[in-house]
Design a protein around this ligand. Sequence first.
Ligand code: PAF
Length: 253
Amino acid sequence: MSRVFSDLSAWRAARGNEDYAGKSVGFVPTMGALHAGHRSLLERARRENERVVLSIFVNPTQFNDPGDLEKYPRTLEHDLALADGLCDAVLVPPAEQLYPDNYRFRVTEWELSPRFEGAHRPGHFEGVLTVVLKLLLVVDPHRAYFGEKDWQQLQLVRDLAKAFLLPVEIVPCPTVREPDGFALSSRNARLSPDARARAARFPKILRESPDAKAAERALAAAGFSVDYVADHGGVRLGAVQCDGVRLIDNVRL
Ligand code: PAF
């Protein structure tokens, strides 16, 4: 049975005691609405560490659209049931404890952040990097697990750890997909059955198109509204809207 911490000073006291001190600690940061993709991160962390910490925090600073923040699924009871047996501690901190400065101090990255996702979601990566730095400092893990589905986030978090000399290994984990190839995501719950059926074409078109421009055209022809498709760093990245739900994915080239 994992222990739930809603108070960071109680967590810090536990982190310093014999349950955690001297033991390898794996960390899985999330915004909740857990699914099988998160479960695979927790399972891997369980295999590779003596202790596993999960955080559930819907980080307001990474939402550029207030409507998206409001609609983001909050399913704590379900999340605790899914994580049961796979972690030792669950951190559910209140925003005032993670942002005692009211977001006066921020992590800004200037090269990769403004591109792709960043070009469509101003301020998003500033919010992500700031909260990830705070969480890594609070949890002090040996390893932290991030999904490859958020490819740009993964690169930025890896660079963040290097830039701030954090003694943590950032572990990339493969995207978990449904049998039809559609990537799992907390936002998928907002797709209607009809939109969900059409959404499976998104990764297929990314994978099968000869280049990014052709993928963009094929996605538009399939009824998606395309934010971007780009080939970068050996992967093809894409973001589309499907019936008002924003989907992102990437495939290796
Ligand atoms: O990938 C996510 O769920 C979030 O961006 C993260 C890393 C938990 C930071 O809020």
